[in-house]
Design a protein around this ligand. Structure first.
Ligand code: ADP
Ligand code: MG
Ligand code: MG
Length: 241
């Protein structure tokens, strides 16, 4: 699966937020989006996973026109971990993860042996087996984040969109989550904040400022002190790559 985004523009409340972004995630590549708070990363990702309707542009996942497909059709191919994952119903961890199967179902409650196996495997993969029967609402931020990743794994996605997937996680789970994602060997588009994690895990980076791509390339080429100063308006030592 290849993601191709072309000249995508999004306005919110009359303000242009994403200003003609084009990007590509080639087969099985892990691509990072970096940029300051409010530069439009989440807005761009939401328009790709169809929560926000762009004003103009195109987004294709291989032959699928994402902007013209139903959310359910998109969810059969693409897993999503959004930036803010809270929910007010009192579901168990396992029930949350089982929701990842819903794009494959006609009815929400039609669980079967195959679904059970996939859900249990996803729960195990993120290290949440001991919590499988606990209420989602009782979990810590990092545990919730892993539930949401497990839910998207249960979708058996062919592509993943991640919005700050290591939020709330301690360093062990930051690395665990990114290692799991990388081991899936599928294309990934991820908004990230940690420059050193981006440098370590991403095959390719896009630096975004004010809704525009200001640089793109392999991490070594993009994460220079000058670029970081330009994009984040802060002068800091280059991160170890
Ligand atoms: P990022 O993920 O890069 O931190 P976002 O895409 O979440 O940034 O937000 C980009 C900008 O869009 C922010 O300045 C935010 O305040 C603004 N924004 C988000 N929703 C709306 C809205 N409904 N109306 C106006 N501005 C909005
Ligand atoms: Mg890979
Ligand atoms: Mg964001």
């Amino acid at each position: 699966m290849e993601l191709n985004v072309k000249d995508l523009s999004v306005s919110l409340g009359g303000t242009p937020i994403v200003n003609g972004i084009s990007l590509q995630v080639r087969e099985k590549k892990f691509v990072g989006l970096l940029g300051p708070n409010g530069c439009g990363k989440s807005t761009l990702l939401k328009s790709i996973y169809k929560v926000i309707k762009p004003d103009a542009g195109q987004a294709h996942l291989s032959d699928t026109d994402l902007l013209k497909s139903s959310p359910k059709a998109v969810a059969r191919k693409m897993g999503v971990v959004g930036q803010f994952n809270d929910l007010s119903f009192d579901f168990t961890v396992r029930e949350m993860v089982a929701m990842g199967r819903t794009p494959h179902k006609k009815l929400l409650d039609s669980d079967n042996a195959e679904d059970s196996r996939i859900v249990d495997e996803a729960v195990r993969k993120v290290g949440l087996e001991p919590y499988a029967s606990r209420s989602y609402l009782t979990l810590s931020g990092g545990e919730k984040q892993r539930v949401i990743l497990a839910r998207s794994l249960a979708q058996q996605p062919q592509f993943l969109v991640l919005d700050e997937p290591t939020n709330h996680l301690d360093v062990k789970y930051q690395l665990q989550i990114l290692n799991i994602v990388r081991s899936l060997d599928i294309g990934v588009l991820a908004a990230l904040h940690d420059l050193s994690l981006a440098a370590k895990y991403c095959d390719y980076l896009y630096l975004i400022k004010k809704g525009r791509v200001v640089a793109h390339g392999v991490p070594k080429a993009v994460l220079t002190r000058e670029r970081i100063a330009e994009v984040f308006e802060v002068d800091c030592e280059i991160y170890e790559i």
